[in-house]
Design a protein around this ligand. Structure first.
Ligand code: FAD
Length: 426
């Protein structure tokens, strides 16, 4: 049985992964059309029709929801439309939309309530000009000038999306590096591209206040600078949805609202599991889904405690859907050096690759980090077109202990961007 208070498929389908990437796809199509003048096309029109875009998002969302519903129905999963809470270690109560309650006994309980955007007290989000990430998909209007606060993965994706749709953009970056958690070389590649596109970067500036002045928003920073725009968007992290969940009633321990779990996603109460953002592990949809799968396998007795079946979060591939795209997996070069670990790093730029030239987009590079003694692939980063797809090759290698020779001896298609991976592996 699944209790859901909103839309089946969760934030990923409704607000996060899918709508963001659908809008980015429209922005990418627009910039591709503009670039295509260089590829022999002319008279290309590329104005964004916001109504059509919203309709597209609605249609994607309803198709995904229908697919998920029918999958659940085919497995005879009962869906309860309501808000769930624990009232004991084995009891769950759902408050239904009409205010009535249903209660259920359960042998196993999975808490997968996700998270929501963090809104600091100095920002009054009004959903009109001062936006959280949940207000932007679909957008009511395209900002003429968006001030994006936060330069993590979500922030830079918004920067790219707004700019590629025609907005002027200012990015407030609290550190000296855009994407502070990423390999500096990878972050620098994105930063260079942002500057080329005319994006204003306020580096080393922490936003401390957002005020509305007529049709303008004014973002004040701790170094005295102010950024003015038509809209401000906050992308400064998330908080877990655990209030009112009845964790205490079931004796489930939480830390800052997150439910800590062991390797098998068990909370301190062995039959109560937590998955997804609520578990405080890597906040990615792919990770949430894998955790859910692992819990199901465990509960159904299909996986024991075999170590190879346990999720290794250090091997999760992740991507940033900017242009150029950025993707990485496993050990980063900078982390290897920081740990004093001996690694071999090979880097190949796309600039000399046939497919990149055919695509008229030779930005970026691939980088493979491997063990110099064995050749085992430990990690890698890709910056460039289709990086999010290409990283899968390295993800399979990292997860399965494949070597650079395994990659290089695979016969790949020519001409493809993947050939750069083979060359780096060689
Ligand atoms: C803008 C943005 C873009 C992102 N893009 C990506 C991406 O491209 N790729 C990626 O891997 N990750 C992405 N993420 C992260 C990803 O969205 C989350 O990691 C993922 O959605 C977490 O899944 P979840 O199942 O934990 O929670 P959610 O998807 O948030 O689902 C939780 C569900 O629980 C329901 N719920 C909560 N409390 C209750 C209750 N008490 N009773 C009943 N129902 C309840 C909610 O309504 C919701 O449907 C993005 C995040 C953001 C903010």
């Amino acid at each position: 049985m699944v209790i859901e208070r909103d839309t089946i498929g969760g934030a990923a389908h409704l607000w996060d992964c899918v709508p963001s990437k659908a809008m980015i796809a429209t922005g990418n199509a627009r910039s591709f059309l503009q670039r295509s003048m260089r590829m022999g096309l002319n008279d290309v029109q590329s104005n964004v029709d916001l109504e059509q875009l919203k309709e597209r998002l609605r249609s994607i969302e309803s198709r995904l929801e229908a697919t998920t519903r029918s999958l659940l129905a085919s497995q005879r999963v009962e869906l309860v439309d309501g808000t769930g809470r624990l009232v004991g270690p084995n009891q769950v109560v759902a408050t239904l939309p009409d205010g009535s309650e249903r209660s259920f006994d359960a042998d196993f309980i999975v808490l997968a309530c996700g998270s929501r955007p963090r809104i600091p007290e100095w920002a009054s989000v009004d959903g009109d000009r001062v936006l959280s990430t949940r207000d932007a998909y679909p957008p009511r209007t395209l900002p003429s000038h968006a001030v994006v606060i936060g330069s993590g993965v979500t922030g830079v994706e918004f920067v790219h999306m707004f700019e590629s749709m025609g907005s002027e953009v200012t990015l407030v970056v609290s550190r000296q590096q855009v994407l502070p958690q990423k390999d500096p070389e990878v972050a620098a590649a994105l930063e260079t591209d942002f500057l080329r596109r005319g994006i204003h970067l306020f580096k080393g500036a922490r936003a401390t206040a957002i005020e509305r002045e007529g049709d303008e928003v004014v973002v004040r920073c701790d170094d005295g600078r102010t950024a003015r725009g038509s809209h401000a968007l906050l992308a400064i992290g998330s908080v877990p949805n655990s209030e009112g969940l009845g964790l205490d009633a079931a004796g489930v321990v939480s830390e800052n609202g997150y439910v800590p779990v062991d390797n098998l996603m068990r909370s301190n109460v062995a039959h109560i599991f937590a998955a997804g953002d609520l578990s405080g592990r890597l906040p990615l949809s792919s990770v949430a889904a894998m955790q859910g799968r692992k819990i199901a396998e465990y509960v159904m007795g299909k996986s024991g405690r075999a170590p190879e079946r346990v999720i290794d979060y250090d091997k999760a591939a992740s991507a940033i859907f900017t242009e150029p795209e950025i993707a990485d997996v496993g050990l980063a070069e900078a982390d290897a050096f920081a740990e004093g670990r001996k690694v071999r790093v090979t880097k190949v730029p796309f600039a000399t690759h046939a497919k990149a030239l055919i695509n008229d987009d030779s930005r970026g590079f691939v980088k493979i980090v491997s063990d110099p003694a064995t050749g085992v692939v430990l990690g890698g980063s890709i910056v460039g077109r289709h990086a999010a797809e290409l990283i899968s090759i390295l993800a399979v290698a990292v997860t399965n202990g494949l070597t650079v020779t395994d990659i290089h001896e695979s016969l790949l298609v020519h001409p493809t961007l993947a050939e750069a991976l083979s060359e780096a592996a060689e």
